[in-house]
Design a binder for this molecule. Structure first.
Ligand code: SER
Length: 871
């Protein structure tokens, strides 16, 4: 069975069991502070499982793109080295939300694997949770009994909390699980060693393929477990592993999911898979990582220096590095794998096709930058190695290895490899200590302590903000959140007029007022689908009825900026082309920022054109048409623009202003006229193929115009109301440049005249040729004179000056080398002199200067210097 057929057969099977097939959620998570990436099929159902949201369908199945590279589930280091772990993988899953439970879940899993897919039942094992006395949990006898219908008792294996109690993260839904493992070894090997002994022992061919989780608990922040409102089935089957079993392979990378990519890597780099283990590892790493990176970019997560973007950047660098070291790739090459990836996955994931130009550009630029860094790092390492060798050391400092890792993205194993080739080692203890310190720093900076919810009233939260800017509400629950010594409170309301940050638009601010008090809401954010209101203070009477009021002035300004953003999106497509895709957006009461895919800098003319198009639409005062909730198919028929990487339900909201039609949940102006006017302030690049526009609207444009006009009026007045300001200013600038040149010439002349005069006034004291000067002269000039004199009088020469530039005194001492050799030191002398003029300075034994504050003492300071020098 091909991988495509396998994916389809899973969906068909669960459809026949009355499951609703839903699309994969984006791999990059936007509204869950506990997750950066989707790490399991159940993520998109978290709210339903926790009871925050009703389930629309009680039975659901899908194939979900997952990424396990951070947090609780992180497989990154294994990837490539073994044959069955991946960063990105697809998870086939079926769910029951308060409907069927263990019996059906187990029976259907068996039916699908054995009756439908015809996997050999003699090669299957099931694990069940052995219980955990410290958590007060018993062995899952129920699951074991159901398995006993299909499997002999010795193939039902007890598993511990680590393997058989599944948790999404440190907090959240969890429960005992039962895993199905398969033994893919040859008959001969199986006869020698019983598969039973290899389950959960990291054997590459005796592996878990399907995990059936019986969700019953929510892990709270204090570590305790509370029961879920309804029991949930959450199953997850590794798609790539299933394909391996069905295609009779012993490595995920030998299936049709990866082979085309591996072959292409071989072609591009001139290697054959299967000949050399080191090279095979590199090829597996690259084949795995190219999928992860490409899918992240389509989901809107570009490589960057922070958070999720940094994780993606590191994955890309890991692949480049393997290519560099083991496959000899000194030039960017990963971007060339895109066509093959698209050929094999583009059908199931059309977003790859739609964004292929952008993905290619981003990957190529990242590769180029990193290869450059890699070269610099290698040079640095060469230096460290020769220093160590010169010092007769065999161990290189762990600090250096850490700098290479941290600043140059050099993984430790690469540093070790290169060192080993040179008979050197890294001080590992020191490296680990540095690493730990960095982790601690990061943890302390990011540490957020979230308390558990205090529930005042059960119920879900209803958003009424599209229609009402204020509403009578009640607090349902609240909790405390601590970050960086700051305590905030999060409140959930039964009804809320507050818009929670989303779709680029910032969250509303405003107040909650009861008969006792007024609480300020400083922000509103979304956690999954829950609107969370953030306050600096907890109400003293949280249970009292309250009036929730949104700050209308800010809301109206944000709404106008959101509408302007839609018009900008449309105008950019019109002026630049339909390749323009939104890549990020920030809309607040202050202005708007819009990131979009486009491959070169916009010209001034294009920017003007975009502004004019938008301003014309603003003047046309086009009214808002809101399609509050329409089927997604109808939205598509309308031609509405959807965003990649956004999760849409069956019903969507569509915002239309004439020809501008977009999927959008944000707050908008009633008509385009409310925007007033738009002005683009800047257009710049933020990453390969991604540009950023910053703009302001309405009253902000007005203030900017006022400021510009005021400046113009002032400038005109300064230039005697000259009619053509540009020509006048240009003339002044030219004149000024001419004058500057003249002044410089005069100064040079003066310098020579003064130097000659000083030389004539030279005195002989104790056999030393002494020259002194006091008077107003620029610092640079006196310095030049001192050096010229020293060049001309090479022996027995002593120069001291007390010069003044504007009102600052400066002492300068210059001495010929023979006097220095006799013990005179210009640095020491000026320091002594400087004490008198309340200043300080220094320099070298033959030349030094010191500035000060007290002009009156300048003659005294000069006398002191001469005295100290015995002159
Ligand atoms: N949540 C479980 C897992 O990710 C089953 O889907 O393994």
């Amino acid at each position: 069975m091909t991988s495509k057929e396998t994916r389809e057969s899973f969906k068909k099977f669960f459809e026949s069991k009355e499951h609703r097939i839903v699309p994969s959620a984006p791999m990059v998570v936007k509204d869950d502070p506990t997750l950066m990436f989707t790490n399991a099929g159940m993520n998109q159902f978290k709210d339903i499982i926790l009871g925050n949201q009703p389930a629309k369908y009680k039975r659901v199945a899908d194939s979900q793109k997952c990424l396990r590279v951070s947090g609780k589930h992180n497989d990154l280091e294994e990837v490539g080295h073994d044959t069955y772990h991946h960063t990105m993988f697809e998870m086939l899953g079926n769910w029951s939300f308060g409907d069927y439970f263990k019996k059906e879940a187990i029976e259907w899993a068996w039916e699908y694997l054995v009756d439908v897919l015809k996997l050999d039942s003699a090669r299957l094992y099931a694990t069940v949770f052995e219980g955990s006395p410290e958590e007060g949990l018993e062995r899952d006898n129920e699951a074991a009994q159901i398995w006993a219908q299909f499997l002999p008792a010795d193939r039902i294996i007890n598993g511990n909390k680590k393997d058989n109690f599944w948790e999404m993260g440190d907090t959240g839904p969890c429960g005992p699980c039962s895993e199905i493992h398969i033994d893919l070894r040859s008959q001969e090997e199986r006869d020698k060693v019983d598969g039973l002994t290899l389950v959960n022992q990291s054997h590459p061919q005796v592996i878990e393929i399907w995990n059936l989780v019986f969700m019953q608990y929510n892990r709270k922040a204090d570590g305790s477990l509370e029961g879920l409102p309804a029991k949930v089935i959450d199953t997850g089957m590794g798609f790539e592993r299933l394909c391996m079993a069905l295609q009779g392979k012993i490595s995920n990378y030998d299936t049709d999911v990866f082979q085309p990519i591996i072959k292409e890597i071989g072609k591009i780099t001139g290697n054959t898979y299967g000949e050399d283990e080191q090279k095979d590892i590199a090829m597996r790493v690259i084949a795995d990582h190219i999928r992860t990176i490409s899918f992240s970019i389509t989901d809107g997560q570009l490589p960057s220096n922070a958070k999720a973007g940094y994780v993606i950047r590191r994955i890309l660098r890991r692949a480049v590095r393997y290519g560099y070291t083991f496959l000899g790739q000194k030039q960017a090459f990963m971007y060339k794998l895109l066509p093959v990836l698209i050929e094999s996955m583009g059908d199931a994931y059309p977003e790859l096709i739609a964004q292929k130009d952008l993905i290619g550009k981003v990957i190529k630029e990242e590769e180029d930058t990193f290869l450059h860094t890699l070269e610099t790092g290698i040079r640095l390492l060469d230096k460290t190695m020769s220093e160590a060798k010169a010092a007769g050391k065999e161990i290189v400092s762990g600090k250096d290895a850490f700098t290479l890792y941290d600043t140059f993205g050099f993984p430790l194993d690469l540093t070790e490899l290169i060192l080993r080739e040179n008979n050197l080692e890294v001080d590992l203890a020191e490296f680990n200590a540095e690493m730990q310190q960095q982790k601690d720093r990061a943890r302390n900076a990011a540490a957020v302590e979230t308390g558990d919810w205090v529930v005042l009233k059960e119920g879900s939260s209803v958003f009424v903000g599209y229609d009402f800017p204020e509403y009578d509400v009640q607090i349902l629950r609240y909790r405390e959140v601590k970050q960086k010594n700051k305590t905030l409170y999060q409140l959930v309301l039964d009804y809320t007029p507050f818009y929670a940050e989303g779709g680029g638009q910032v969250g509303d601010v405003g107040t909650l007022t009861s008969e006792y008090e007024t609480i300020h809401i400083v922000d509103t954010k979304k956690e999954n689908n829950l609107a969370v209101h953030i306050a600096n203070k907890l109400p003293e009477h949280p249970e009292a009825p309250m009036r929730a009021q949104v700050d209308l002035e800010k809301r109206i300004a944000s709404a106008a900026n959101h509408t302007a953003t839609h018009l900008l999106d449309e105008a950019l497509r019109e002026v630049l082309g339909t390749h323009v895709e939104q890549k990020g957006s920030l809309v607040s009461s202050e202005g708007l920022r819009f990131d979009f895919s486009h491959f070169q800098k916009m010209t001034d003319e294009e920017i003007r054109k975009v502004e004019h198009l938008i301003n014309a639409k603003i003047r046309a005062n086009i009214p808002l048409t809101e399609h509050r909730s329409i089927p997604i198919s109808q939205a598509k028929e309308l031609g509405a623009i959807a965003l990649f990487g956004e999760k849409y339900g069956d019903e969507v909201r569509v915002i239309q202003f004439g020809t501008s039609i977009e999927f959008c949940g944000g707050i908008h102006a009633n008509s385009t006229g409310n925007i007033g006017m738009i002005k683009i302030l800047s257009e710049s690049s933020i990453a390969a193929g991604v540009r950023r526009i910053e703009a302001i609207t309405g009253a902000k444009v007005e203030s900017m115009m006022d400021a510009i006009q005021d400046t113009m009026v002032e400038l005109r007045a300064l230039f005697n109301n000259a009619p053509d300001l540009t020509t006048t200013i240009r003339k002044y600038l030219e004149e000024n440049a001419g004058l500057k040149k003249q002044v410089e010439d005069f100064m040079k002349e003066k310098q020579t005249l003064l130097k000659d005069k000083l030389k004539k006034n030279m005195e002989e004291v104790n056999g030393v040729k002494v020259i002194r000067y006091m008077g107003p002269i620029p610092v640079e000039t006196i310095k030049n004179i001192a050096f010229q004199l020293r060049g001309e009088i090479t022996e027995n020469f002593f120069f001291v000056a007390g010069s003044i530039e504007v009102d600052k005194p400066l002492l300068t001492v210059m001495i010929s080398d023979d006097l220095v050799a006799k013990g005179l030191n210009a640095g020491q002398l000026v320091r002594e002199g400087a004490k008198l003029i309340q200043g300080g300075g220094g320099g070298q034994p033959h030349f030094a200067t010191a500035g000060g504050k007290n002009l009156d003492e300048l003659p005294g300071a000069m006398r002191k210097i001469l005295e100290l020098a015995n002159l």
